[in-house]
Write a protein that binds this ligand. Structure first.
Ligand SMILES: Nc1ncnc2c1ncn2[C@@H]1O[C@H](COP(=O)(O)OP(=O)(O)OP(=O)(O)O)[C@@H](O)[C@H]1O
Ligand SMILES: [Mg+2]
Length: 352
């Protein structure tokens, strides 16, 4: 157990993909500011993230975003105790921009540097709460909502990852299973493209699914050797064949029904496996993290069961942000896990 947590204010930077973000957090939970500059509109033109464009956008945004995060928290660099930064996984050219900015700040202000795993960041978004201190004219002294209680069954569902981990304490994980092919977010993005919906696919499918019947198509729920693994490529392929068959027959493609049925298949699988694993491994609570946790059908399904308390971040902290990196960075700092100034980015870096 982690006892005697230190009092510390962390400035964090996130630039692993197409969001340039900075945030300040106090004691790992109380968020004083969070700024996210999204490049989504730029990449939407290419139908996905264009790495070189992303990296150069980070170069343009990184300093203004950091300045804004400090200003919103009514702080200067001298007031923070450490600089946390996403070291990986992500796009190398994007990560480098955030890491170098963080190194510059750490060196210039003589503060410790804490390299953070982006996936650990997603998980720690459930510890974040918005402190009224961050609001102009806000008052201090608001009570913190209860922190997630260990052992926790953590479902990570993002653009690049889908994993079930048992978290027995802070920063302590046991991998139960993961996707054998596409990540859930990736399945949303690929299926959206197939249905002619715009990038990013998750929000587009969600919107279209609102007008569709989730029972119109019964897509296969894959059976795995390890019951805690996932596979989403089968659903995607089923949709592809369905669309091709209908095209060949000259039928109108029922995009809304396909989107709703696809979404239902993904959500059903994620919920069923997570709850079964929580039961099997004696978890007290469930935690859902990563971009797909922004999905309203998924949130309704998880919050609709009453066997386990479910921790899901507010919408703003589901997709990439720096608040979650600040939270994870705080708990790493508490363990003394600081980084040397010559660390490199880690474009592929598993959580464990
Ligand atoms: N409302 C939604 N419904 C379903 N999927 C969504 C929704 N909002 C975002 N997503 C999906 O979440 C993914 C982005 O999440 P996130 O930013 O956490 O991923 P990433 O940072 O690209 O990947 P990783 O965190 O694995 O490195 C995309 O695949 C996107 O389609
Ligand atoms: Mg992410």
């Amino acid at each position: 157990m982690m006892t005697n947590l230190p009092s510390a204010r962390i400035l964090a930077i996130e630039s692993s993909c197409d969001e340039t973000a900075a945030a300040v957090i106090e004691n790992g939970r109380a968020l004083l500011s969070s700024v996210v500059a999204s490049q989504m509109d730029i990449h939407a033109r290419y139908g996905g993230v264009f790495p070189e464009v992303a990296s150069r956008q980070h170069v343009l945004s990184i300093i203004p975003v950091i300045e804004q995060a400090l200003a919103q928290a009514h702080l200067t660099l001298a007031d923070v105790d450490a600089i946390a930064v996403t070291r990986g996984p992500g796009l190398a050219g994007s990560l480098v921009v955030g890491l170098n900015a963080a190194k510059g700040l750490a060196l210039g202000a003589n503060k410790p540097l804490v390299g953070v795993n982006h996936l650990e960041g997603h998980i720690y978004s459930s510890w974040v709460y918005e402190s009224p201190l961050s609001l102009p004219g806000g008052e201090s002294g608001t009570e913190a909502p209860p922190a997630p209680q260990f052992p926790i069954l953590a479902l990570l569902v993002s653009g690049g990852h889908t994993e079930l981990n048992l978290m027995t304490d802070h920063l302590t994980y046991r991998r139960l299973g993961a996707t054998l092919d596409d990540a859930a977010g990736e399945a949303f993005d690929k299926t959206a493209r197939l249905l002619g919906l715009p990038y990013p696919g998750g929000p587009a499918i969600q919107k279209t699914a609102n007008d569709g019947d989730p029972k119109a198509f019964n897509f296969p729920r894959a059976r795995m050797d390890n019951p805690w693994d996932f596979s989403f490529s089968g659903v995607k392929t089923s949709i592809l064949y369905e669309v091709r068959r209908m095209q060949a027959a000259g039928e109108v493609i029922p995009v809304a029904d396909l989107a709703a049925s696809f979404q239902a298949a993904i959500v059903d699988t994620l919920l069923a496996k997570t709850v079964a694993a929580a039961r099997e491994f004696g978890a007290k609570e469930i935690l859902v993290a990563g971009g797909v946790s922004a999905n309203t059908a998924l949130r309704a399904a998880f919050l609709g069961q009453d066997e386990f308390k479910v921790n899901i971040p507010k919408f703003a902290y589901c997709t990439d942000n720096a608040a979650m990196i600040a939270a994870a960075g705080y708990f790493r700092l508490a363990l003394g896990h600081t980084s040397a100034l010559d660390i490199d980015v880690m474009p592929t870096w598993p959580l464990l």
